[in-house]
Design a binder for this molecule. Structure first.
Ligand code: 13P
Length: 288
């Protein structure tokens, strides 16, 4: 099945009280592992591409070519969206041109008026082309591929202003952080989330920083309207640990264990296991 935008899968998730996972990709192994797991579990999935990862993979056109090729060659039939993660205004335009089915415009570092203005423009373009669009209010703490956020909680009124522009989904800062959570993390602000959902109604809400959020908080966030959860670091940690183990066990020195297809296999399997665990937790299994 060709790429789809994320609108229908997220509206279904919101109505069905589960969340669709966005898993960030870095290369062929990542993409293949995520797509095969989604297919095996009959789950919709969103492939996230940060601007840094897009550059690393030789540009957005290369990414689109790789993903479209895999959907066809692997016989993927579950809904898959290819989504720009934390895009700049220019980055969003480039992804739209390259053939992404969904984009995030992260205007959270601009004054709200400018965030509204730029989001509005991109909403019009995406609507015209049938793409989905995610906007952001407040900010996600920590750092991801050079995008740094202070982690301030979103103002629910500002969320409403952005939601009213017709965005498909809204990422609101609620104390979530990219990367590992610090020991003294205060947890998610459910009061903020609740206030946002009261004002934004059916709009699917997005929870960034999915790595390391305890299961009970994930479930509570879903019950308060979160229908897309982003996971990046956790797949990286799982891949690195499995690869380290392979090398520490000396397996790369045995026979043809140095063959990249063998060397990268435990890491790819670790990504699959992580994605499976998250899809089960988010409740998207069997929802394709
Ligand atoms: P983590 O790296 O913390 O899982 O966050 C991913 C994310 O929010 C991508 O935008």
């Amino acid at each position: 099945m060709p790429l789809v935008n994320a609108k229908e899968m997220l509206e279904k998730a919101k109505a069905g009280h589960y969340a669709v996972g966005q898993f960030n990709i870095n290369n062929l192994e990542w993409t293949k592992s995520i797509l095969l797991t989604a297919q095996e579990l009959n789950s919709p999935v969103i492939l996230g591409v940060s601007e840094g990862a897009g550059k690393y993979m030789c540009g957005y056109k290369t990414v689109v070519g790789m993903v479209n090729g895999m959907l066809d060659e692997l016989g993927i039939t579950v809904p898959v969206a290819l989504h720009l993660d934390h895009g700049s205004y220019e980055g969003a335009k480039k992804c739209i041109e390259a053939g992404f089915s969904s984009v995030m415009f992260d205007g959270s570092h601009y004054p709200i008026e400018e965030n509204i203005e730029k989001t509005k423009e991109l909403v019009a373009t995406c609507n015209e082309l049938g793409l989905s669009i995610e906007a952001e209010v407040g900010s996600i703490g920590g750092e991801e591929d050079g995008v740094v956020g202070a982690g301030e909680c979103a103002d629910p009124q500002e969320c409403k202003m952005i939601a009213d522009l017709g965005v498909t989904m809204l990422a609101a800062g609620i104390g979530n952080i990219h990367g590992k959570y610090p020991e003294n993390w205060q947890g998610l602000s459910f009061d903020t989330l609740d206030a946002i959902q009261q004002l934004t109604g059916d709009m699917p809400l997005v929870l960034h920083g999915g790595t390391g959020i305890p299961a009970d908080m994930i479930k509570k966030a879903i019950s308060l309207g979160v229908s897309k959860i982003n996971v990046n670091t956790e797949c990286q940690l799982a891949f690195a640990a499995a690869t380290r183990q392979y090398i520490e066990d000396g397996k790369d020195m045995q026979g043809k264990g140095f063959d990249p297809r063998k060397l990268l296999a435990p890491g790819a399997d670790a990504i699959k296991a992580t994605v499976k665990e998250k899809m089960e937790l988010f409740g998207s299994v069997g929802k394709a």
